[in-house]
Design a protein around this ligand. Structure first.
Ligand SMILES: *[C@@H]1O[C@H](CO)[C@@H](O)[C@H](O)[C@H]1NC(C)=O
Ligand SMILES: *[C@@H]1O[C@H](CO)[C@@H](O)[C@H](O)[C@H]1NC(C)=O
Length: 477
C-alpha cells in the first residue's frame, strides 16, 4: 500500500497550506445558520457581516431558503443546504430529484458556492423507518440529479449523531451499531468514498455533561481516560468522540473518508437548572474545539488532520422551543454583537472580554434583547434538556473552575421524567425510553409524524435522550 507515501504527501501539503493560510488568517471556520427567530437580520446583511467582520468562510443552513442562497451569492462563502427530513422519500424518484436540484441548487449555483447537500438531519436518530429506509436511495438519487445537471462539485451526504456508535468507553473500540452497519452504513460509506464526499457527524459533549465530567468535557486539566488498546490517554471528550468515529468507520474499512464536524457547540445561557450554560463554558468549549479542528495537530488516531467544522450556531434563536439553553447557542446576537469571542472576529478589534461594546454592531434592528432570560415556563418541555436532570444546582452562573458543589451524581429527583438507560441497555429498552420520553413532550411528535417538523434545526430533542454517563456518546439512534 502507498498509505505512507500518501500520508507524507498529505502532511507536506498540510504544511504548505498552513503556511499559505497563515499569511491571511489564522484559521477559518464554519457556522450553522439557523433561523428559528423573528429578530434576525436579512440574509444579505448576514452575508456581508460574515465576510467583512469574521473569519467564517462557510455556512450550513437547515433548509434551502432562497433568500439565504441569494443573499450569499458572490460572497465566496460556501453553503451547505439541507433537504427537509419529510422530503426524503419522494426524492428517491429521479424526476423529483431533478426538479429539486433545479429549484434549490441550479437557480443559485455557482454564484452561490453551494458545496454540499445534507440529506435530512440526524435521520437515524429520528427513528422514522420511512426516512431511514429511503435515506441512502435519496442521497444517490440527488447525486445522480446533480450529475445530470452537469454539477460536479456539489457533494451529497447526511449528518449523524454519535448515537450511531455502540457503547464504548474506549475510542479505539467504538463500532457502528450492528443494526445500522450493513443496512444503512455500509452502502452510505461506499457512496461517500466513490463520490469523495465527507462523513458528517454532530458530536456534542454538551449533551453528556455532568459535574463530575466537567473538566473532561470542557478541556480543563484532568487525569483523562485511558484507552487500553492504544495506550492513548484522552483528556477531552471531543477528541475521544472524533477518534471513536474514526475507529468505527475504520473497522468497516473506510478510514480514508473525510470527517466533517457538521454541528458542535455550547449554549452560553440556560435556565436556572442548567448551570453549565455560561459564557465562560461556551468560550472554553468552542475555543478549544476550534483549536483541535483547525490547528493541524489532529487527534491521536488522526494525526495532522484538520476537520471542516460548523459551530452551532451563528445566532441566538429566540423562537426555539424548550429550555433557555436552546435559544442561546449563538455566537452572535441578532444585532451582530458577539455573545463572546472565540477568535473568529476579523477586522474589528478582537474583543478580549465576553461583553463587547454594542456600538460595534453595524446594524440595529427590531431585535429584542437576546440576553434576557426567556420565560422559564418553557423549560418544562422534557424533550429539550438532557442535562437538566443532572444539574441540580440552582446557581445559574457557577465558577467555571469549580464543579457544582452538588457532586457528581445526578439528582434522581430532578430526572424523574427522564429515561435513564444504563450503559448496557438494549436497543429495545432504549427505544422504549425514547417512546416514553416522546410521549411526555410535544416536541417528538412532529419529528415522528414527519410532517410538521420541517426544519431540522428544530430537532434538538436528542438532547433529551443523551444521558450523562462516562464517555456517553452512544445512547441510541
Ligand atoms: C474563495 O475561497 C477560496 C477558499 O474557499 C479561496 O481559495 C479563493 O481564493 C477565494 N476566492 C476569492 C475570489 O476570494
Ligand atoms: C500499553 O502499555 C503497556 C504497559 O507499558 C504494554 O504492556 C502494552 O503492550 C501497551 N499496549 C500497546 C497496544 O501499545
Amino acid at each position: 500500500m502507498t498509505a505512507t507515501t500518501t500520508t507524507s504527501i498529505t502532511t507536506a501539503l498540510l504544511h504548505l497550506s498552513t503556511l499559505l493560510h497563515l499569511s491571511t488568517t489564522a484559521f477559518s471556520i464554519g457556522v450553522n445558520y439557523g433561523t428559528l427567530a423573528n429578530d434576525l437580520p436579512s440574509p444579505s446583511q448576514v452575508a456581508n457581516f460574515l465576510k467583512t467582520q469574521t473569519i467564517i468562510d462557510s455556512i450550513k443552513i437547515f433548509d434551502t431558503n432562497p433568500d439565504i442562497l441569494r443573499g450569499f451569492a458572490n460572497t465566496n462563502i460556501t453553503v451547505t443546504v439541507t433537504v427537509g427530513n419529510g422530503d426524503i422519500p419522494a426524492l428517491v424518484d429521479a424526476n423529483a430529484a431533478s426538479r429539486w436540484v433545479a429549484n434549490n441548487i441550479e437557480q443559485f449555483y455557482p454564484q452561490t458556492r453551494i458545496k454540499l447537500i445534507a440529506v435530512g438531519n440526524e435521520i437515524l436518530f429520528t427513528g422514522n423507518k420511512e426516512w431511514i429506509s429511503h435515506l441512502v436511495p435519496c442521497i444517490k438519487s440527488l447525486h445522480q440529479a446533480l450529475v445530470r445537471a452537469g454539477i460536479n462539485d456539489v457533494k451529497v451526504s447526511t449528518p449523524y449523531t454519535l448515537g450511531i456508535l455502540q457503547n464504548s468507553v474506549q475510542p479505539s473500540a467504538a463500532r457502528i451499531k450492528p443494526a445500522y452497519g450493513k443496512v444503512v452504513f455500509a452502502p452510505m460509506l461506499e457512496f461517500l468514498r466513490q463520490t469523495k464526499s465527507p462523513l458528517l457527524v454532530n458530536p456534542y459533549p454538551y449533551f453528556s455533561y455532568s459535574p463530575s465530567m466537567e473538566d473532561y468535557i470542557l478541556f480543563k486539566p484532568n487525569p483523562g481516560i485511558h484507552d487500553d488498546n492504544t495506550n492513548i490517554t484522552y483528556t477531552n471528550m471531543f477528541v475521544a468522540m472524533m477518534d471513536a468515529v474514526y475507529s468505527a468507520i475504520k473497522a468497516m474499512g473506510y478510514d480514508d473518508l473525510d470527517i466533517v464536524v457538521a454541528e458542535s457547540g455550547w449554549p452560553s445561557l440556560g435556565d436556572p437548572n442548567q448551570p453549565m450554560c455560561t459564557v465562560e463554558n461556551a468560550v472554553l468549549y468552542n475555543k478549544n474545539m476550534i483549536k483541535v479542528v483547525t490547528s493541524g495537530e489532529g487527534t491521536p488516531l488522526m494525526p495532522k488532520r484538520r476537520f471542516e467544522t460548523y459551530v452551532f450556531a451563528l445566532f441566538n434563536e429566540n423562537l426555539k422551543p424548550g429550555t433557555a439553553a436552546e435559544r442561546n447557542w449563538g455566537l452572535f446576537r441578532p444585532d451582530f454583537s458577539p455573545v463572546y469571542d472565540v477568535g473568529i472576529l476579523s477586522n474589528i478589534g478582537k474583543s478580549t472580554g465576553s461583553s463587547p461594546s454594542p456600538t460595534k454592531s453595524p446594524f440595529t434592528g427590531p431585535s429584542t434583547s437576546p440576553t434576557k432570560r426567556p420565560p422559564t415556563g418553557s423549560s418544562s418541555s422534557p424533550t429539550k434538556s438532557p442535562s437538566t436532570g443532572s444539574s441540580p444546582s440552582t446557581d445559574s452562573s457557577p465558577s467555571p473552575t469549580t464543579s457544582p458543589s452538588t457532586g457528581s451524581s445526578p439528582a434522581p429527583t430532578t430526572s424523574k421524567t427522564w429515561s435513564e438507560p444504563k450503559a448496557d441497555a438494549s436497543d429495545e429498552a432504549l427505544q422504549a425510553n425514547k417512546d416514553y420520553v416522546c410521549s411526555q413532550g410535544a416536541h417528538c411528535k412532529p419529528i415522528q409524524t414527519g410532517g410538521a417538523c420541517f426544519n431540522p434545526n428544530n430537532i434538538r430533542s436528542h438532547a433529551a435522550l443523551l444521558i450523562p454517563l462516562i464517555m456517553m456518546w452512544f445512547v441510541y439512534i
